[in-house]
Design a protein around this ligand. Structure first.
Ligand code: UFG
Length: 339
């Protein structure tokens, strides 16, 4: 069974990807320092899979620790999720973000080279597009200057990967540009565990509905969109997980020195108010919300052109926004009103 190292594998997207890797016949090996994840995620994985997954509690920037994992396991590929991801925090602590997100990628690439591991899937983000001039965005839509140090780390990491492949390094790499991940495992054994007050829309909605937060503030209703609120492409985390499996399978058939980029979204945009209304419908709860001022740095609208990933990887989103919000809500009900 091919062993796949998943850095940040106890995190939100990483843990769901571990499930899909097992379902596809791979053996995931998690490396996570639990700085933004919980040990309970490993129990959730065990509940779904009926067995334990190997997990190293190590920091991805700790070269010796990462090397130990490569030395002890015959790794065939890596999915590199581990990174800091809070946009606002990155403007306050830019050096932490550059150091953590860039150094860890370099450690992974160097270990891959030393241990002869060729295949890498990297977590990038639609943040690299900023506010695109033309919608939907394709992979060849020009990237804009990053709005935050976090966004810039994703751009820089993409550039490192492309330069590395151009150097004729013996690797095969895919960057996946995620749109907005939402939802949870349909069993409710896994889901998102935001630390403190959520920045993201869907966990804020579910925490409000369950009584942890008093009300949701919709950041602006005077944008140039259908109902004035911002538009995003909300992608179910299980679909996103499956995109990683498809990427690894595709990489294994490529020649060396391969690099490509894929958008991972549904191809549909939804406004914040549509998300709120859909949530109310699937949960049967009426949500306490108000309209507030715009959030600085917010992109007005972005959604993906998914033709490339549909055609090349044979991947297509299977879950609807209703499915995503139902699964997020069931997960919140399982967590209860505990922060
Ligand atoms: N929103 C609210 N109220 C809230 C939270 C969010 O109205 O309490 C709105 C935002 O203004 C935005 C939409 O909901 O219009 C989605 O916001 P999120 O914070 O959930 O997601 P973003 O699109 O802002 O950010 C996400 C990821 C980032 C990534 C970015 C790329 O969280 O990591 O997409 O565009 F950089």
């Amino acid at each position: 069974m091919k062993k796949i190292l998943i850095t940040g594998g106890a995190g939100y997207i990483g843990s769901h990807t571990a499930v899909e890797l097992v379902n596809a016949g791979f053996e995931p090996i998690i490396l996570d320092n639990f700085s933004n994840s919980e040990k309970s995620t490993l129990s959730g994985l065990e509940e779904i899979l009926g067995r334990e997954i190997i997990c190293y509690e190590e920091d991805c920037n700790d070269r010796e620790a990462v090397e130990k994992v490569f030395k002890q396991n015959q790794i065939s590929g890596v999915i590199h999720f581990a990174a800091y991801k809070a946009v606002g925090e990155s403007t306050q602590l830019p050096l932490n973000y550059y150091k953590n997100n860039i150094d860890s990628l370099l450690v992974i690439l160097e270990c891959m080279s030393k241990y002869g591991v060729k295949d890498l899937v990297f977590s990038s983000s639609c943040t690299v597009y900023g506010q695109p001039d033309v919608l939907p965005v394709t992979e060849s839509t020009p990237r804009k200057d990053a709005e935050s140090p976090y966004g810039n780390t994703k751009k820089i990491c993409e550039d490192i990967l492309s330069d590395y492949v151009k150097s004729k390094a013996s690797v095969r790499i895919i960057s996946l540009r995620y749109f907005n991940p939402v939802g949870a495992h349909p069993s409710s054994a896994l889901g998102e565990l935001p630390l403190g007050t959520p920045n993201n829309l869907v966990p804020f909605i579910t925490q409000t509905a369950v009584g942890i937060r008093e009300k949701l503030t919709v950041f602006g209703d005077d944008y140039d969109t259908e109902d004035g609120s911002c538009v995003r492409d909300y992608i179910h985390v299980m679909d996103l997980a499956d995109a990683h499996v498809k990427s690894l399978e595709y990489l294994s058939k490529q020649e060396d020195h391969f690099y490509d980029i894929f958008n991972v979204g549904t191809g549909r945009g939804n406004t914040v108010l549509e998300v709120v209304q859909t949530f109310e419908r699937v949960s049967g709860k009426s949500l306490n919300y108000t309209i507030g001022p715009r959030r600085p740095g917010d992109v007005v609208k972005v959604w993906a052109d998914t033709s490339k990933i549909n055609n090349v990887l044979g991947w297509k989103a299977q879950y609807s926004l209703e499915d995503s919000l139902r699964d997020s809500w069931n997960w919140q009900l399982k967590l209860g009103a505990v922060v």
